[in-house]
Ligand binder design. Structure first.
Ligand code: NAD
Length: 297
């Protein structure tokens, strides 16, 4: 496939809004789906803010072949995004990226729906944290056209994507995904299918262990993060990263790894469970290991 014009984005949370923005900024028509009009209205506000931020940063749109348009105004970019709760327009989707809550039961239902509404040519990319791509492919009638595309957060700013080849993923599907990434000005690193892939098998374990350190009173969140930044040169510490990702997504991912490997090293820290139960989800709820309502952290 050479031209990818219409891209369906399912889930308008942290990742879906970032993706919709990045796709629209690079000239794609975007169909953004979520469950309610309220969530979609919030998503639109987030995308508006993201576009404002991009302008303030003076960030250029990533280069697109044969694309010499000047940086566009916000309304022009926003007009490329259609918000829907009912999959309107998906019969024209060339490519779909799914970013709903990290819950296999919910994702399974979405893939069945996508399989029914999208044209046979459409490729499905799962932006999951830990769910095996082979399992996702099996929920569709087109496993050769399903792959993992694990985008990094915030999507508009991160240049590299972890691509995951499921058991049945075809070489053509991988090539199509690389075409889309090139259009987005991003690069993919291809890995084989395994729960958590490369990134989250390591990251989620690290974050969970960092939460244990706080839980056990060995160090406070700020001390843990400072050690990683100053001793190892990391841009962000593990607990700041957890707040950016969302503690609910972290917990679902750690639970997913625990279930997939039946290995106690992935046992979620009780403090992580308690914080999610309390609604302390990180940046998206305003409070996690840090308070975003009163500080600029
Ligand atoms: P989020 O909680 O911010 O957003 C998830 C969205 O999915 C919500 O708006 C929710 O309403 C929607 N949703 C749930 N069920 C749905 C359904 N049946 N149909 C349509 N929409 C539905 O989560 P997120 O952080 O954006 O994560 C989304 C996916 O991306 C997860 O699988 C996560 O593991 C993965 N991921 C997250 C990050 C990150 O840094 N947050 C990075 C890479 C991948």
């Amino acid at each position: 496939m050479s031209e990818i014009h219409t891209v369906g984005v399912v889930g308008a949370g942290v990742m879906g809004t970032g993706l919709a923005q990045a796709l629209a900024q690079t000239g794609h028509r975007v169909l953004l789906v979520d469950r309610t009009e309220e969530i979609l209205a919030a998503a639109e506000r987030t995308i508006r803010e993201g576009l404002r931020f991009a302008r303030l940063l003076g960030a250029k749109r990533p280069a697109r072949p044969a694309d010499d348009r000047p940086t566009e105004d916000r309304e022009t970019v926003l007009k490329r995004i259609t918000l829907t709760t009912g999959y309107e327009g998906f019969e024209e989707a060339d490519f779909v990226i799914e970013n709903i809550t990290e819950d296999w039961g919910l994702k399974q239902g979405v893939y069945r729906r996508l399989d029914a509404v999208c044209p046979p040519r459409a490729v499905f990319a799962a932006n999951t944290s830990v769910i095996p791509i082979t399992r996702i492919g099996a929920a569709t009638s087109r496993p050769a056209q399903v792959l993992g595309m694990h985008f990094m957060n915030p999507v508009p700013l991160k240049p590299v994507v972890e691509m995951i080849r499921g058991h049945h993923t075809s070489a053509e599907t991988v090539a199509t995904a690389r075409t889309l990434l090139a259009q987005l000005g991003k690069e993919g690193i291809l890995v084989e299918d395994s729960p958590g892939f490369v990134t989250n098998r390591v990251l989620m374990l690290t974050v969970n262990e960092a939460v244990y350190l706080v839980h056990e009173g060995v160090a406070g969140a700020a001390e843990v993060d400072r050690i990683f930044k100053t001793c190892f040169g990391h841009t962000m510490g593990p607990l700041e990263t957890a707040d950016l990702i969302g503690l609910d997504t972290i917990l679902q991912s750690v639970e997913g790894l625990y279930a997939a490997f039946s290995d106690s090293k992935y046992r979620p820290c009780p403090l992580l469970v308690r914080m999610v139960d309390a609604g302390l989800l990180g940046r998206k709820s305003g409070q996690g290991f840090y308070d975003y309502a009163t500080t600029a952290a």
